[in-house]
Design a protein around this ligand. Sequence first.
Ligand code: TYD
Ligand code: MG
Length: 455
Amino acid sequence: MTKAKTQFVCQECGAVYPKWQGQCNNCNAWNSIVEEVIEVKRAATRKVSPKLPGLLSSVSDEGVNRLETGYIELDRVLGGGIVQGSVILIGGAPGVGKSTLSLQISMNLSKNGYKILYLSGEESERQIKLRSGRLGQVEGELYLETETNIYQILHSAEELKPDFIIIDSIQTAQHPDIGAIPGSISQVRATAQELVDFAKKNGISIFLIGHITKSGVIAGPKVLEHMVDAVVYFEGDTDYQYRILRAIKNRYGSTNEIGIFEMTSGGLREVDNPSELFLSKGDDGVSGSVVVAAMEGTRPFLIEIQALVSPTVYGLPQRVATGLNVKRVALLCALLEKKVGIPLGKQDVFLNIVGGIKIEEPAIDLGIILAIVSSFRDIPMKSRLAVAGEVGLNGEIRAVTQLPVRVKEADRLGFDLFLLPEHNRKDLPGNTKLKLLFANNLFSAFKQSLFKNPK
Ligand code: TYD
Ligand code: MG
């Protein structure tokens, strides 16, 4: 008998080594390299088909069928629904709600007349039945199987010919020809490859659920992300009820849209009015709080930034930010000190975004600056004021994108005042009830009456 050929694979990043070693040279992880048996293929014979490449212009662009999931938030992230025959990887931390979301989609689709196959390697049929009971009535053809063997899974899929398959999770799927344990790189790669091939060949869409590791990547392999058509992350702080879907790769749409859900006792509910989630319902007229008109993809959000500025107790002043880029905050603090003359060198600055969402957009710069100044002076901002503007290193206020959408959202939510960059004056929507204030640098911004009159 010939000795099985083996290789040593890093379980974190997928790098391959001929010999075992303690640390992976590629990702620097320790103790992540595991011996795996390589499947030995027979030498390929040189067999070709007579088919030749065709002209791109003659390829038909019809027939991109999209399955609408019934959840607008999810369809938007996917670029308008699930493309027939596509494989979508949905990643997220344990307990975030991946199985709940998948089951809800399945129930919705089966109700609308589609045939669904839900494969779970994680939970028993009874557990899934119990969960479905909390989520609503199961109608139509929703098939359930608790199976991990990939050949058995493909067999069921071939027999049933469903419109949509869910694999919960790819880390529990097992390829019998591969010696490594389920969840290891070679198992995940091999089972995912079988599923991708199956989806393409049969025009059946597949949802793969994947767990993510402590460091926030899908456990095991980056390789998995390259194999599928779309990668969607389901994020959420377990301290908050809402969950955010974010596409990080999408072959059939853009990746800058997000979908927002709320976890309730009856499962996930779509949030179609996110601004209301991120505005505190607290007292009006508290110092250090500013509402900014931010964007995520094509969607406007009004979010509240809160600052707390207080004298430093220990020698070194602290800059702490939750939901914001802390380096950006340090830069804006330096700018305030240098250009506006606000002495922050002996002050700690803490910043927070209400609701716990993360925003990286530069258009929130002006809001951060105002929140810091409001807290430092202990004077509240005028009520019902929204701001948008990027701040440059010379204190100039730069134009922001999609201004009309931001102004409309503030208008819709009943704001009275809107501070915006002078350079955006030309993009204003015609009919707004808001009183608009313009600024082209920090100096002119502070000349406007933005703060309440001190008592
Ligand atoms: P689950 O979908 O099992 O997470 P994942 O598959 O990502 O690991 O979600 C589990 C959490 O969701 C669990 O903590 C309970 C909560 N949950 C609700 O709050 N309401 C519900 O109706 C359901 C089904 C779950
Ligand atoms: Mg689960």
